[in-house]
Write a protein that binds this ligand. Sequence first.
Ligand SMILES: *Cc1c(COP(=O)(O)O)cnc(C)c1O
Length: 352
Amino acid sequence: MTIERLEELVRPNIRALAPYSTARDEYAGQPGIFLDANESPYPEGWNRYPDPHQKALKAEVSRIKGLPAENIFLGNGSDEAIDLVFRIFCTPERDNAVIISPSYGMYGICAAINGVEVRPVPLGKGYSLPVEGIRAACDPSTKVVFLCSPNNPSGNAFSRSSLLELVRSTDAIVVVDEAYADFSSEGSLRSEVLSEPNLIVLQTFSKAWGMAALRLGMAFACKRIAALMANVKYPYNISEAVQRQAIECLRKSKVESHIREIISERGRLAGKLPRFSFIREVFRSDANFILVRVDDADSLYDKLLADGIIVRNRNRVEGCRGCLRITVGLPEENERLLKSLSEYEKGTLHRP
Ligand SMILES: *Cc1c(COP(=O)(O)O)cnc(C)c1O
């Protein structure tokens, strides 16, 4: 996509926006006596506004992810980035967004909140990427296509090449949500944002990185989109507490060994789950959860709950009838799950 076309996709009111200028934008020099932001002068730890541009944290993220800070947006979870995409590109009651189905629920919810029509395109056989269906669903009012890879709740990753082909052949913004990319061998698309102006890649520190409570998500995009997101966000969207804590967590993170263990446990579960007679299908997972189709999802859900094991019942989700989504836990937690499943199997076999 050309830069000119990208500019056309931006809502006119957003294109014309003069962003709020904070006190720290207007003076960013040496520390001194700060009498410019109506803060409390009493230094009890949190009296100063945080850096609205999160420079120190972004430098750390930039180092980890191998992309320049100017191509990075940090949000209150990647959910903030999803909402910003609608607000930047979609005019309410006029534009539409194309999403795959089943997929992450927030795309549809954010669309509804923003008064934007969503056009769900069912995934293909085996939850494959419906490339032709997506193309057919797009019209001149389609401003954004949301893809999720590895996809939640199906768990499978789409090939980088098929995603890239869609990005290159679509006249809309393409968001690729990679919340689970750390668990996939398919690899991230994020470096492609340097050459594809309509690509936005979302990642999060909530899953593999174990920081869901902090609320910190990332969007990677061309400089123009990253700047638009910075202009539209609340000036202080990432608190000082989160900025400090995240830098500390990132520096001492054991993420690589955790990912290795989760992937190995995922393999162990994927090997054992198909042996249960009531499990009809175990879907391939490139994420930290496994979707299974079972004979009676509600009764198995209740059995697990009675044993203190809480999974996600997807039985009533379009495209996921009869399915439970099971997050990969610690080895001993997964062992408890398997024990519970064995008990359930004995119970169902003995049923008259
Ligand atoms: C969990 C999840 C997110 C949420 O990320 P936050 O950064 O915690 O907001 C985003 N996308 C998908 C597909 C998810 O499953």
